[in-house]
Design a protein. Structure first.
Length: 157
C-alpha cells in the first residue's frame, strides 16, 4: 500500500531532495535544515541514513568539490579554504585530510592569479594605496603573509 503524501518521512525526504537540487550539502547542514524545518528526530535520522547510503550526502566528496571549486573559480588561500569547509559543517579532521594535498605552490599560484586580476582595477590608485588594498584583499581570502608579500611585490613592485 503506498504511503500518503502526509507521511512525515516522505515530506522530510522531499525537502531534502529540494535542498540538494540547489547545491551539495554536508551532513551537518542537512541535519540542521531538516531540524529547523520542524521534522521529528526519528524521521530526520531515517532520511539522513537513506541519503548517506544512497550517496547523496557524502562529506568527503563535498570537501573535494570545495577544494576544486576554490582552485577553479574562487582563488582562496589554505586558511580561506579551511574556513569555507568548516563553515559548511565539515569535520575538522576531514578538512585537514583534504587540505593535506594542497601545496604551497598551488597557494602561490592562486594568490598570483588573484593579485594580477585585481591589480588591473587598482592600477589607477597610487602605489601605496594599491599595495594596502591588494594586501587586504588577499588577507581576506585566507592567504598567509609570506605568500601575500610575494604576490604583492611581484605585481606592484
Amino acid at each position: 500500500m503506498p504511503q500518503s503524501p502526509k507521511d512525515p518521512r516522505i515530506a522530510a525526504r522531499s525537502y531534502a531532495y529540494k535542498l540538494l537540487s540547489y547545491r551539495s550539502r554536508s551532513r551537518k547542514e542537512m541535519l540542521d535544515k531538516l531540524r529547523t524545518k520542524g521534522f521529528e528526530s526519528e524521521d530526520v535520522n531515517a532520511v539522513m541514513e537513506f541519503l548517506e547510503t544512497s550517496g547523496l550526502i557524502n562529506d568527503a566528496e563535498l570537501a573535494s568539490e570545495l577544494l576544486s571549486y576554490s582552485a577553479r573559480s574562487k582563488p582562496l588561500g589554505k586558511n580561506g579554504i579551511k574556513m569555507l569547509m568548516l563553515k559548511r559543517g565539515l569535520d575538522k579532521g576531514l578538512v585537514d585530510e583534504t587540505l593535506s594535498g594542497h601545496t604551497l605552490e598551488m597557494e602561490e599560484d592562486a594568490a598570483m592569479e588573484f593579485a594580477e586580476r585585481k591589480f588591473r582595477v587598482l592600477n589607477n590608485y597610487p602605489a601605496k594605496v594599491a599595495r594596502r588594498r591588494l594586501w587586504a584583499m588577499l588577507q581576506r581570502r585566507g592567504f598567509s603573509a609570506g605568500i601575500i608579500r610575494k604576490a604583492v611585490d611581484s605585481v606592484i613592485g
